[in-house]
Design a protein around this ligand. Structure first.
Ligand code: HEC
Length: 140
């Protein structure tokens, strides 16, 4: 090999090396925004309250008092057959401010039965989420 040929081979080798490195970095930066984009949209949907009624009921630990499957426990009544007495709006109002319903006979009876617990107000919960919970409860 002459000196020129060696230089030429050297340049070619460096050229290919740069080409390959360039590809690698390009793929790298292509894939990065994709993954963080996905993470962001997942976070967004959680923040926007895209939870189902069941997920919301888990989140607010309703079963802690109303029992597994909301079928009643020592600290709260079963949440079943609500549609016979509750309208959707009243139920949402109840969840936001249970106190204002206390003078109903049924709730006076609950006071005797569940004397250690009170239904907590969920007035800081997004109204749309309460609507979802109400819709769900009215199907049970
Ligand atoms: C700290 C215990 C507790 C938690 C947590 C709780 N509840 Fe209650 N809930 C009660 C009690 C006790 C009553 C009976 C009324 C009373 O004494 O305040 C009640 C009553 C109710 C009623 C009226 C039932 C009827 O017969 O008309 C509904 C509806 C209800 N709760 C829904 C929920 C939902 C939905 C959640 C979760 C978002 C929840 N509760 C979380 C204790 C609780």
């Amino acid at each position: 090999m002459t000196k020129t040929q060696i230089w030429l081979a050297g340049f070619l080798a460096v050229f290919f090396l740069l080409l390959v490195l360039g590809r690698l970095f390009k793929n790298d930066s292509d894939s990065k925004p994709k993954t963080s984009g996905n993470m962001m949209s997942q976070q967004k949907s959680a923040e926007q309250g895209d939870l189902s009624a069941e997920e919301l009921i888990n989140k607010f630990a309703c079963a802690g008092c109303h029992g597994a499957g909301l079928s009643g426990g020592p600290n709260g009544p079963a949440l079943a057959g609500l549609k016979t007495e509750w309208s959707r709006d009243n139920l949402i109002n109840y969840l936001r401010n249970p106190n204002s319903f206390m003078d109903k006979d049924k709730f006076k009876a609950y006071r005797g039965k569940y004397s250690n617990t009170l239904m907590p107000p969920f007035n800081n919960v997004d109204i749309k989420d309460l609507g979802k919970i109400a819709d769900y409860l009215l199907t049970k």
